[in-house]
Design a binder for this molecule. Structure first.
Ligand code: MIG
Length: 680
């Protein structure tokens, strides 16, 4: 059951697709307190054993209890445990205890503060800063049912094309066709499977969106064709800001259509990002989205089938106003002599010119023809950009699925694209963080996601990259990405590359199966990754497990995320068959009983746990997703009596696939070797 309660005058967000009437009575369960500043807080006492799932992209464990978070889309480079916000705002949380199952969703485009047992471990206090919001309560009997009800409220998850499940190589710094070609060839030469290479901002002329360097990429259409002949796609980046430069097409057409966010005096708001001074499209307007979506057309016509949208929080390096304020403080200090405290203020004034909260109050959007100050709708910006792109795709490639993943997001954007998890570091702790963020993202509808494998910032080592890849084998987006000036991070740069190639080969052997699980989850409003609590709600030990995930309908993952580990402890909530993978063709099988197990896993090994009477399907290898044979499999599972697997297949690109027509039922029969060849 879903009930809606309205507070103040909510602004439209496009997050909810179900039109529910607002309840008349008072809000049940929660205490409601209005702040003097217009804010409104919702307070709930927590059961000692209550677990809190959701909040999407946020740091710390998958149970969010015990800390304080803020929904405020932020370009933050350093994902420490203290970070209140990352790039997306996903205001859905489920309270789960032996006594209660209650979901709360705040459809609020401004800042929301979540004190989830931070001030007091026995209490949650959720504060909408503006006080204008629609609040939804979801009451269902099971966690999966609550997840499904939420998805029905907010719409079906985005469906990527099948090739997007291949391995993707990316790096900030690839600057020419020749460099990209070499990266591709180094993979092909060593038989490291690969489906796509991302182009970061260096493919553009002066970082200007929708341009490409004529000398470095002389004929993008030809290059894209050449890559496709080799089973590879190019995936260029697009940033949010449009460079202020007369004669540059997107600026001129944006100016002509009056498409940019405005300051209070009616002039365009300008702030610097990569191209220098930029204007920012008002993605909240339908006509602006149309204009922006149209800008993708030449790239689509050049054969591009996938994009990643960046810097759309929006990230702002500085505004002229912000710089002037910092210098004004510097001048005051200079004229009055420097004292200790002022020196700190000076440092903060300059380090704070990027993503300055003041800048987010300096510009306005048009909502239903009226100006709305940006900070009140801040969290919608990235979602608006995603929507503009997706609407453009639908106009130019109707009926087709294209790849799109964004950095910033809001609930609603999960219908239009995936997201990546942002600028992580090559840290072991960030491997664990990536794992722990996945179920919250899935609960909030973002099924197509993954982290920068190997880590974006800092210098990776071969062992860390390999352990990252072993998680990435299972994440829908499997992309190796790294920052400019960091150690080169392509698999072939490392002495253990052959073993890493074998890790990637497992992804390709599993690809038709993982694609099937993903599509079934998306098409039935389910989750691809879940906390164990969703499947074993009565098992308190499973409910508290923070470093294992259920995947699809048949299995559980438990990656190694510690340096120099020779294995790890795994808790099995029921009997399972362990597959210990070394490569697609080399694995061993071991039936294990419910309970705790030490699983030894050398650097090249990683496990997958399959429930009894279920199986996973392995196909024979291939070096690009299109080359895989999805008619002949080895079904691996411990079948005691009998079982059935419903394999979902389609052409991998139709926008509205038939959820039932795509299914083939496979009978699973007992087999002492736990592995049986099947054809379908
Ligand atoms: O200010 O385009 O998160 O993936 O490589 C940095 C350069 C801008 C941030 C993205 C990252 C990308 C980088 N971008």
């Amino acid at each position: 059951m879903i009930r809606k309660y309205t507070f103040g005058v909510p602004l439209p967000t496009n997050a909810v697709i179900q039109d529910l009437p607002a309840e008349e009575g008072p809000l049940p369960f929660f205490g409601v307190t209005a702040g003097k500043d217009g804010s409104v807080s919702f307070t709930l006492s927590l059961h000692p054993e209550e677990a809190l799932f959701g909040l999407g992209q946020a740091v710390r464990g998958m149970d969010k209890r015990g800390h304080r978070y803020e929904s405020w889309n932020s370009d933050v480079f350093n994902h420490t445990e203290e970070r209140p916000s990352l790039y997306g705002s996903h205001n859905f949380l489920v309270f789960f205890s032996p006594e209660r199952l209650l979901g709360i969703y705040l459809d609020d485009p401004g800042k929301v503060v979540w004190d989830l047992g931070w001030e007091d471990y026995s209490r949650a206090v959720i504060t909408s800063v503006s006080g204008n919001l629609d609040l939804y309560l979801i009451e269902e009997n099971t966690l999966p049912a609550a997840a499904r009800a939420f998805r029905q409220l907010t719409g079906r998850s985005y469906l990527p094309p099948r090739w997007a499940f291949g391995y993707i190589q990316s790096r900030w710094g690839y600057a020419s066709e020749q460099e990209v070609r070499t990266v591709a060839q180094e993979h092909r030469k060593r038989h490291i499977p690969l489906d796509a290479v991302c182009l970061d901002i260096d493919y553009m002329v002066d970082f200007k969106n929708f341009t490409w360097k004529p000398d470095a990429f002389p004929d993008l259409a030809r290059f894209s064709r050449e890559m496709k002949e080799d089973g590879l796609r190019l995936v260029p980046i697009i940033d949010a800001g449009i460079k202020v430069e007369e004669g540059y097409g997107p600026y001129d057409s944006g100016k002509a259509g009056d498409c940019f966010c405005k300051k209070a005096d009616g002039s365009d708001f300008v702030a610097a990002v990569w191209p220098g001074r930029c204007c920012f499209p008002d993605f909240l307007r339908e006509d602006v989205r149309r204009w922006f979506g149209d800008l993708y057309r030449p790239l689509l016509e050049a054969g591009i089938e996938g994009f990643w949208n960046d810097m759309n929080e929006p990230a702002l390096f500085y505004s002229d106003e912000g710089v002037a304020e910092a210098f004004a403080l510097a001048d005051r200090i200079r004229s009055g002599g420097v004292d200790y405290e002022a020196a700190w203020g000076l440092k903060d004034a300059f380090s704070g010119i990027a993503n300055n909260p003041e800048d987010y109050r300096r510009f306005y959007h048009q909502v239903d023809g009226k100006p709305v100050r940006h900070d009140l709708v801040h969290n919608l910006y990235g979602a608006g950009m995603t929507r503009a792109t997706a609407e453009g795709f639908r106009r130019f490639r109707p009926g087709e699925r294209l790849l799109l993943f964004s950095r910033s997001s809001f609930i609603g954007a999960h219908r239009d694209g995936g997201i990546w998890q942002g600028d992580n570091f090559s840290w072991w702790s960030h491997l664990k963080l990536a794992l722990q963020m996945l179920p919250g993202l899935n609960l909030c509808g973002f099924l197509f996601t993954g982290c920068d494998l190997g880590g974006f910032g800092c210098n990776v080592t071969g062992d860390l990259l390999q352990r990252f890849l072993q998680l990435g084998v299972f994440t829908p987006l499997m992309r190796n990405h790294s920052a400019l000036h960091t150690r080169e991070q392509e698999i072939y740069r490392f002495t253990n590359w052959e073993s890493m190639r074998d890790t990637v080969s497992v992804r390709y052997a599993l690809l038709p199966y993982l694609y099937s699980e993903f599509m079934k989850a998306a098409l039935t409003d389910g989750m691809y990754f879940r906390p164990l609590a969703f499947d074993y709600p009565a098992d308190r030990r499973a409910v508290r497990t923070q470093d294992q995930l259920m995947l699809g309908g048949d299995c559980m993952i438990a990656p190694v995320y510690e340096q120099n580990a020779a294995g790890r402890y795994v808790y099995l909530p029921e009997d399972m068959l362990m597959i210990r993978f070394r490569s697609a063709a080399d694995y061993d099988l071991e039936p294990l009983a419910k309970g705790d197990h030490w699983i030894s896993l050398s650097l090249g090994e990683f496990p997958l746990f399959v429930r009894k009477n279920h199986a996973v399907l392995l196909c024979s290898g291939g070096e690009s997703s299109a080359a895989l044979d999805d008619t002949r499999f080895t079904a691996v599972g411990q079948i005691e009596t009998e079982g059935e697997y419903a394999l979902y297949r389609d052409d991998g690109k139709t926008a509205d696939p038939d959820p039932v027509g795509g299914l083939t039922k496979i009978q699973l029969v007992p087999d002492k070797a736990f592995a049986r060849s099947i054809q379908c």
